[in-house]
Write a protein that binds this ligand. Structure first.
Ligand code: THU
Length: 137
């Protein structure tokens, strides 16, 4: 699949303008392509109780389900200056859950697969393997 990363980043940058980040003053925008061709996006939403902050990826995953579900095939994320931002550890797991196998991410060190950014992950495909092998506890 040929991905227009620049176009996807432009959507992430637009999403960034909707961020609610009064505490960190660090707006984040994320955008992704879904396996049916849909394009979705999200921005971070902070909270006065800082730990309740929702990363941009949370909003993106919410949008994924609110607009018809499916699996993510390509993802990018930007900071307020338009620079590529690496998803935090928690969000890599979040993205993994909703990824198509081989999902691509634009990262600070080039385009990578989801398996490269969260190696030996635990997710729905691993659980399905357990079930297939009759090894579910
Ligand atoms: N943030 C994201 O939205 N996604 C990430 O993957 C990294 C961090 C947000 C959370 C917080 O609102 C701000 O960036 C500063 O940490």
């Amino acid at each position: 699949m040929d991905i227009d990363w620049e176009a996807l980043r432009a959507i992430a940058n637009e999403a960034n303008t909707h961020a609610y980040a009064p505490y960190s003053k660090f707006p984040v925008g994320a955008a992704a392509i879904v396996d049916d061709g849909r394009i979705i996006s999200g921005a971070n939403v902070e909270n006065a109780s800082y730990g309740l902050t929702l990363c941009a990826e949370c909003a993106l995953v919410s949008s994924l389900h609110m607009t018809g579900g499916g699996r993510l095939v390509a993802f990018t994320c930007v900071d307020g200056r338009g620079n590529i931002l690496m998803p935090c550890g928690r969000c890599r797991q979040l993205l993994y859950e909703h990824s198509a196998p081989g999902m691509l991410l634009e990262t600070v060190s080039g385009v990578k697969t989801i398996d490269e950014v969260i190696p030996d992950a635990f997710g729905p495909r691993q659980l399905a393997e357990y079930e297939k092998n009759g090894a579910t506890p």
